[in-house]
Design a protein around this ligand. Sequence first.
Ligand SMILES: O=C(O)CCC(=O)N[C@@H](CCC(=O)O)C(=O)O
Ligand SMILES: [Zn+2]
Length: 338
Amino acid sequence: MAILNNDFLALTLANQDGLAPFQFSFPSGIGFVEETGILRLEPKEKSSINLVLSVGIHGNETGPIELLNSLVKSILNGQLKLSIRLLVIIGNPVAANLAKRFCDVNLNRLFSGAWKSYEGFEAKRAKRLELAVSDFYAMANSGSEQMRLHYDLHTAIRGSVHEKFAVSPFVENAIYNKAQFGFLASSGIQAVLLSHQPTTTFSYYSYSVHGAHSFTVELGKVCSFGQNDLSRFADLEKSLIFLIENSVLSQKPLSDVNVFSVLNDLIKDDESYELSINDDVKNFTQFEKDYVLANSKKSQYQVEKTGDAIVFPNTNLPVGQRAGLIVRPIEIENLQLA
Ligand SMILES: O=C(O)CCC(=O)N[C@@H](CCC(=O)O)C(=O)O
Ligand SMILES: [Zn+2]
């Protein structure tokens, strides 16, 4: 069996509730559809690069899904030659069919075993995706040093001062990987957030459990299928193609990348929780010291320093969840890169 028209997205959306595994060949390797939305591509030549590309962890974030589907099509029809091991994941096909962020629970809060405390489609899916990633990295070739990569591609609810940005997982020793930052720069990523604590996101899972170089990558604003301007992803597409074909992480100087450290999570602590910002306020909007940015019957958040900014503001979520991140710009010279 093969994938009809090499369209992995169509296959996934048409089989949202499950798919029997099958294997097929393509010009530069062998493909394994392991489950709905989970496709492993093995190159003919042995490779030490093991790349996970995930999209659609939030079902309505369709731009990255279309980008990845087009890359997969090009590999399957022979336009691109695969030189690395590649695991392709379309995270939440049920929510994608409904054009929703999620069905029961936000999938990107359920990794590192957090799914055990929940029921419903996303809880099962988080468990399945963890298994897919674990198996993929475990099947890496032996004999040479293996590189594990995971880029989890998203789009944001709001516009953004820096349209494309990445969230780097919390790193205990605060030493970051220079080649990864160079790759992000060459992929058109304008800003990187350095997380301040462990989370239950997919990218943090791959980093903390599998030691992967892993990032959540935000590529612009949410749009529906067919409405995305894929030319806005051109830099990332180019660097991914270069990696897929040549096993090389393209590099650009880091001078154009804005780096922010995350200071705080804003947590919705009560139904009365409100953010004092308009609906059109963009990610990375900065505030004056002492501005009361959030308040509820239980708490208040006052900006600590002029220039502190908000990312991912959102109160349309259950009590206990993250309603935003407070970030502070830092000089790239102060970043430890190795
Ligand atoms: O725009 C928003 O408010 C959310 C966009 C989004 O889905 N972001 C990810 C970031 C994950 C991370 O912090 O690594 C999310 O909230 O899951
Ligand atoms: Zn998302």
